[in-house]
Write a protein that binds this ligand. Structure first.
Ligand code: HEC
Length: 148
């Protein structure tokens, strides 16, 4: 009397488990389709693994960035300072030269953008880089634009 019922339950369970397994497999497959950028992939790019072809200027910029800026800046996300990807679209080049060479002086001069970003980051101080030339800074900015 009980046996057929047990069988029905067993079949139903087997069917459900198979269906769930197929769904999981499908989701995993779709997640791995190239072109869908997940946060994990961006992290790989940030680590330098999957980088695009760099020009000489961008390579020089990458070195300068790693030596001087990477302690506080990443490209794709906020760290101690803002993520610098596409920063050239947010500011004039001259402003960037002044800021990078001496952000404190620019803030002290009352420049509205400088004061705003300084306050946004709880008035933490960025180092000054008077030793960097405009050409050095151009190289760094070519690098921070490289992944756009
Ligand atoms: C000691 C940490 C530190 C280092 C090193 C550093 N920065 Fe910064 N940077 C900051 C912080 C913090 C801010 C946010 C503004 C503030 O608090 O002064 C900032 C802001 C900026 C901004 C404005 C970004 C925006 O979105 O408004 C630029 C551009 C920038 N930094 C470029 C650089 C470059 C280029 C270097 C390397 C040559 C560098 N920084 C090195 C900490 C740092």
């Amino acid at each position: 009397m009980l046996e057929p019922l047990t069988k029905v339950i067993a079949y139903t369970f087997t069917f459900m488990i198979t269906a769930v397994a197929i769904c999981v497999a499908l989701v995993l497959y779709i997640g791995s389709v190239p072109g869908q950028t997940s946060t994990a992939q961006v992290a790989i790019i940030d680590g330098g693994a999957a980088k695009p072809e760099f020009t000489d200027l961008q390579q020089q910029g990458e070195k300068l960035f790693k030596a001087n800026c990477a302690a506080c800046h990443k490209l794709f996300k906020r760290a101690i300072g803002p993520g610098l990807l596409g920063v050239t679209e947010r500011y004039e080049r001259e402003w960037l030269y002044s800021w990078i060479k001496n952000s404190q002086a620019l803030i002290a001069s009352g420049d509205a953008d400088a004061v705003k970003i300084y306050n946004e980051y709880n008035q933490s101080n960025m180092n000054s880089f008077p030793q960097l030339s405009n050409e050095d800074i151009d190289a760094i900015l070519a690098y921070t634009d490289a992944y756009k």
